[in-house]
Design a protein around this ligand. Structure first.
Ligand code: 6GU
Length: 307
């Protein structure tokens, strides 16, 4: 999996050389590169933001710089608007107004033929591919452009599973009050699979932490990333039947006067499984009733219903 991250603080991602992620890079499972957005600026101040149109506090990231960067990393030709404007600047020729596209004109019909072909091939349809649990699977040959955004839908385990099948992920970290809304719209119109996600209901200073969170959730699902694949299957928020996990204990059986539940010491696997399943249901009902509401009733057995 190829991973590009764009940020004004690319050093933030130096930690990806450590631990399991470092090993995954060494094994060639992931190839990560953090880029500095300012490398695509042309002015002396390397500015990436400007004041919000319509007024308000803070600064908004400019679309031009992002577009130069994203065109490069996605291997897309620069838009007609810019190419024409630049040609006119340098050659001093008149720009025929009919050649100047505005955002409203940008549709997939304006995209270059190879981009359209990719977009059409990969367009989601009613029989869009899915894995065994019904999670949609993204085609490995189509890049996915991801923007962390506190005002976007929540990133879930389902998204992590889906994105773990991608061949190329490109993350764009916003700072300040966010990025110009035309950036995701433009790339969507070019046929790129663009996602915007929040990681929770709280405010962070920028997208870097959110990207780290999403990246870890996605890459740990890659075959060979974790030592023990079974530990992934049993975790909370996994599969159709997303319950919080039962509690875990290790030895000794009694510690500071507190005993491990006797059933876990019984050696009866059927009873242990039932005990853990009941605990998972009870804890989920208490701590995250929203997950119980989402449960597929068909996934519940008779004993579950009693719990
Ligand atoms: Cl994705 N970005 C920022 N800046 N804050 C957040 C977030 C993302 N998700 C939750 N809070």
């Amino acid at each position: 999996m190829k991973i590009d991250i764009v940020s004004v603080f690319p050093e933030y991602f130096d930690v990806l050389n450590l631990s399991l992620f470092g090993k995954a890079q060494a094994k060639g499972l992931v190839e990560v590169k953090a880029h500095n957005l300012r490398d695509w600026t042309h002015d002396v101040h390397h500015s990436v933001d400007d004041t919000p149109v319509g007024g308000g506090a803070g600064m908004v990231m400019k679309p031009e710089v992002w577009a130069e960067c994203l065109d490069d990393l996605l291997g897309l030709a620069p838009a007609v608007v810019e190419a024409t404007a630049n040609a006119a600047d340098t050659a001093g020729t008149e720009v025929p107004t009919s050649d100047v596209a505005t955002m409203a004109d940008v549709t997939t019909e304006d995209a270059s033929p190879d981009i359209i072909a990719t977009a059409v091939d990969a367009a989601p349809s009613s029989d869009e591919s899915a894995d065994v649990s019904g999670t949609p699977v993204v085609p490995a040959d189509r890049p996915v452009l991801i923007f962390p955004n506190p005002s976007a839908p929540l990133f879930t385990q389902r998204d992590a599973t889906e994105l773990s099948h991608a061949g190329h992920l490109l993350f764009g970290c916003g700072r300040y009050e966010g990025y110009d809304a035309r950036i995701p719209s433009y790339y969507r119109a070019q046929g790129v699979d663009v996602r915007e996600y929040s990681i929770g209901d709280y405010v962070l200073n920028g997208g870097e932490v959110a990207v780290s969170v999403m990246l870890e959730a996605i890459t740990r699902l890659l075959p060979g990333f974790m030592g023990n694949a079974e530990s992934i299957v049993e975790e909370s928020y996994t599969g159709d039947n997303a319950l919080l996990e039962h509690r875990q204990y290790t030895k000794p059986a009694e510690w500071r006067g507190i005993r491990v539940p006797d059933i876990l010491l019984s050696g009866d696997h059927g009873k242990v499984d039932r005990f853990r399943r009941d605990e998972a249901l009870e804890r989920t009902n208490e701590i995250r009733p929203d997950l119980i509401e989402q449960l597929d009733c068909k996934a519940l057995d008779k004993a579950d219903r009693k719990t």
